[in-house]
Design a protein around this ligand. Structure first.
Ligand code: KG4
Ligand code: ZN
Length: 351
């Protein structure tokens, strides 16, 4: 029954959590959103400083809430890639220091592996293979999971991530940051069919389109043109209809391509994770489409869609069970493909 303390500081949420045997004993998140909202996006330097201030309190709080002393931990984990390098360093150095001081194994975790594990924080996932649609502020990917640590990316966005597109369109509509929840709120009661918006497709050199890749830059431009045309007419912007139409086309594209990919790859379970997975229109559409096409679907619980440390702890527990741990000299990286996550460990997996 491994008990793991994990830290998450890859972007603008400082988080700590303790997980034992797949169960969250304590989880705390200190959001910096209000501070970054003033600038319309994340300011890396501010993010690092706030992580530094927040972590000691968060760690003390989860140890207290879980009623677990440091001595009872089986490992200490921190997100080490991908993310903002300065922000990652704060969590990684803190995690490695705690591991060294208390003589525990350290586990550097790939942030996307954490998101993949978030779906299992509700109820255990089927053993695999299954298809994961990972939609966050930095990534839009379709990943085949054959088991712990066995990942294959089958589709991705060629430009903006879906969450990034939500954030940029929200800025265009002057709805504030982060854009996803703001757009979702404004879209309630809006006419999702009022504006015809493009479902960006990615051309193949040999002709035709990539079946599972995404592109959101054309949609962003179409929204900009639509807004400029409406503004030129002098009428107030129909915000609810614009937000609902935008949300609908993003949900349509994500669900259509995911279901097609699952069907082509003969994967019978589709799993939705990442910050954008909190979107109710997307969850609702996925539920209906999955039912219509005979797929089983699962999504991360709402509380664990956006960044948190419980998902990082779960990923660490999985690695620990496989006999893996990281070097105390492990660095951080702004980018690393998920398929290379095994490189974060000194010991080979013994699944
Ligand atoms: O997973 P996450 O917390 O951080 C990254 O790893 O990127 O995702 C944050 C993203 C932001 O772009 C935010 O606008 C989006 O998730 N998001 C949403 C919703 N809640 C958060 N997008 C659509 N609908 C939501 N309810
Ligand atoms: Zn994330």
């Amino acid at each position: 029954m491994p008990t793991v303390l994990a830290l998450e500081t890859s972007c603008d949420e400082s988080a700590a959590a303790i997980v034992r045997d797949g169960q969250v004993l304590a989880s705390a998140v200190a959001s910096q959103i209000e501070e970054h909202a003033r600038w319309g996006g994340v300011v890396p330097e501010i993010a690092s400083r706030r992580h530094l201030e927040a972590l000691p309190l968060l760690i003390a709080r989860v140890l207290h809430d879980a009623g677990v002393p440091m001595a009872a931990l089986d490992g200490v984990a921190a997100t080490v890639t991908p993310g903002l390098v300065g922000a990652l360093l704060v969590g990684s150095v803190t995690g490695r220091t705690l591991a060294r001081l208390h003589d525990k194994p350290f586990l550097g975790i790939h942030h996307l592996e954490g998101h993949l594990c978030s779906a299992a924080l509700g109820e255990p996932l089927p053993p695999g293979p299954y298809l994961v649609l990972l939609v966050s502020g930095g990534h839009t990917e379709l990943i085949r999971v054959d088991g712990p640590g066995r990942y294959q990316r089958l589709g991705q966005s060629r430009d903006d991530a879906a969450g990034e597109c939500f954030d940029k369109v929200a800025r265009l509509l002057e709805l504030g940051y982060p854009g996803g929840p703001a757009i979702e709120q404004v879209a309630v009661g809006g006419d999702a069919g009022r504006f015809q918006l493009p479902k960006g497709r990615v051309s193949l050199p040999e002709g035709g389109y990539h079946p599972y890749d995404f592109s959101f830059s054309g949609l962003k431009t179409a929204m900009l043109r639509q807004v400029r045309a409406l503004q030129a007419s002098g009428a107030p912007l129909p915000l609810a209809d614009l937000a609902a139409s935008f949300e609908q086309v993003v949900a349509d594209v994500l669900v259509e391509r995911s279901c097609r990919c699952a069907r082509d790859q003969q994967l019978h379970t589709l799993v939705l994770v990442g910050g954008v997975a909190a979107n109710r229109r997307l969850r609702g559409l996925l539920e209906r489409q999955a039912a219509a096409t005979g797929l089983t679907w699962r999504a991360a619980p709402l509380a664990y869609c956006t960044d948190n440390a419980a998902m990082i702890a779960l990923a660490a527990e999985q690695r620990l069970r496989a006999g893996q741990s990281s070097s105390l000299g492990l660095g951080v990286a702004a980018r690393m493909p998920l398929e290379q996550a095994d490189r974060l460990y000194e010991t080979p997996p013994c699944f």
